[in-house]
Design a protein around this ligand. Sequence first.
Ligand code: SF4
Length: 83
Amino acid sequence: MSPMAWARTAACHDRLELPWTEDGDWSLRVEVRRMRVVCASCPVLRACATYAEEEGICGGFWAGEWRTEAKVLARHRLARDAA
Ligand code: SF4
């Protein structure tokens, strides 16, 4: 099975007009609100969040938030310090 098999039922599949892969700094607030609403109703939100975290993805909008290098590094530091 593909490591992204969960994505077949993603709620964002038919919302390609939204800037999922853009840089958050260039997106309109209304678009970000719409993406958050789509993610909130997504049946694979948890799988999406886990995949993005495990893969260390540093770009685009995943599981209700922008993935930035700063956020990913901060989470890794927190996890390391908690261990
Ligand atoms: S949680 Fe959001 S970004 Fe992730 S698959 Fe669902 S709709 Fe797409």
